[in-house]
Design a protein around this ligand. Structure first.
Ligand SMILES: Nc1nc2c(ncn2[C@@H]2O[C@H](COP(=O)(O)OP(=O)(O)OP(=O)(O)O)[C@@H](O)[C@H]2O)c(=O)[nH]1
Ligand SMILES: [Mg+2]
Length: 407
């Protein structure tokens, strides 16, 4: 399966709607960072709906839908409007774009909002082209639109790149929850395959339990017709010897990567629980890019270790001690490591050469994504513990090659 085959259910479809010349196509170019949509000052530049699939960091696989202006008239115009309206049925999240110069009469926008409401599609209002009006007016117009239309509005200028993060944040905040991938590992092994799950010797979980990612992966392996074989590291060789064929997939705790790696033939697909979880949160590509940035770290750099819980007995020593120690062994003792914990992200993230984030098990996908957007806006690479450990062990390329999108 390649990226373009991601089933529609997993691909967030973001539709841009509004009057002609509101700047729908320009906003698509801003969000995607591409010049894919045709833009011109001629009202009615976009004539037919255009759906484009892409990987948009940190949202993962999405599709953007560009539409023709909903205020078009005449025989041909009405035909275009009806085709744009048809696109609503394929939209998971709608951006209703209004030009800051045209906020007097919003009767049409009201009508379109009703259509979205009928279909239960979440809508974000976008007040575009604010560079064309008196900056002092923006707040007033925003609150007026909010109250008249009853949807949250974000003010932007499509031709200024610094508004991209704001728009992305609004998208993440309002995106429906259920667009995440429905399977953790079901797409990386064949039905009937032996899937070996390796835990550390001293199973790091409260007595009588397994940690949540392991439980979720076991369930997912079973749901997808795999044989879920869970062992501790000390029993791995015994299990491998007892199998007629090599396993179809091995998923290990990150902390024992080197040992597990050494016991497996090179052609056995190997990855880790934390990498599986990071991918499910829709941001593995961002984390992989961040982990590769470890290769460029210098002793004079400063990195940030970010934890989401204020007390994290399991991950604490990994993020605060082990990974910093390994990185210093690699680049030099001078490497500065700052720690942040809890719900607040420091203001000054732009100062760091790399952000190392915990697995975010206490975070929702949306919370984690908002951090990736902040890092992206400041151009700071960001990765998580599990992906960083794979890179430090020289195994990053192996453990991501099990996923179709990295092949
Ligand atoms: N100054 C300024 N111009 C903008 C902004 N957004 C769009 N424009 C300009 O407005 C015109 C229309 O932009 P488009 O993106 O083509 O608008 P559209 O909503 O896709 O229009 P149709 O396809 O005709 O429905 C173009 O000349 C853009 O360059 C903005 O934020 N500021
Ligand atoms: Mg257009």
């Amino acid at each position: 399966m390649n990226l373009q085959d991601t089933p529609r259910g997993n691909r967030l479809h973001i539709g841009f709607y509004g009057r002609r010349n509101a700047g729908k196509s320009s906003l698509i170019n801003l969000v995607t960072g591409q010049q894919a949509a045709l833009v011109s000052s001629h009202a009615g530049t976009t004539t037919d709906p255009v759906i484009k699939s892409m990987e948009l960091l940190p949202l993962g696989p999405i599709a953007v839908i560009d539409t023709a202006g909903l205020d078009d008239s005449g025989e041909l115009g009405e035909l275009r409007v009806s085709r744009s309206m048809q696109m609503m049925d394929r939209t998971d999240l709608a951006l209703l774009v209004i030009s800051a110069e045209e906020t007097e009469d919003i009767s049409l926008e009201k009508k379109w909002l009703e259509e979205f409401k009928k279909r239960k599609i979440p809508v974000i209002g976008v007040l575009n082209q604010i560079d064309k009006i008196d900056p002092g007016m923006v707040e007033n117009i925003l609150s007026e639109l909010d109250s008249k239309l009853g949807v949250p509005f974000t003010a932007v200028s499509a031709n200024q790149r610094n508004y991209r993060a704001e728009l992305l944040s609004a998208i993440v905040k309002n995106a429906p929850m259920d667009f995440e991938s429905t399977t953790l590992v079901g797409d990386i092994f064949e039905e009937g395959a032996a899937v070996v799950l390796v835990a550390p010797q001293d199973i790091q979980a409260p007595k009588g339990r397994l940690i949540l990612p392991q439980v979720q992966v076991i369930r997912d392996v079973l749901d997808n017709g795999g044989l879920a074989l869970t062992v501790t590291l000390g029993r791995l060789q015994q299990l491998l010897d007892s199998l007629k064929d090599p396993p179809g997939l091995v998923i290990t705790d990150s902390q024992i990567f080197p040992q597990v790696n050494a016991m497996l033939p090179a052609n056995v697909p190997l990855t880790s629980f934390s990498i599986v979880m990071a991918r499910n949160k829709g941001d593995l590509a961002t984390f992989v890019r961040g982990a590769r940035a470890i290769r460029d770290l210098k002793e004079s750099d400063k990195i940030l270790v970010a934890e989401t819980c204020t007390h994290a007995p399991l991950e604490e020593d990994i993020g605060r001690e082990k990974i910093p120690k390994w990185l210093r062994e690699r680049v030099g003792e001078g490497l500065r490591v700052d720690i942040s914990a809890g719900l607040d992200f420091p203001e000054n993230i732009g100062e760091y050469s790399l952000i190392l984030h915990c697995g975010g098990c206490m975070f929702t996908r949306k919370q984690l994504m908002s951090r990736l957007i902040m890092a992206d806006a400041e151009n700071v690479p960001i990765t998580n513990y599990g992906v960083a450990i794979a890179e430090i062990n020289g195994m990053l390329e192996r453990v991501i090659s099990v996923f179709p999108e990295f092949r």
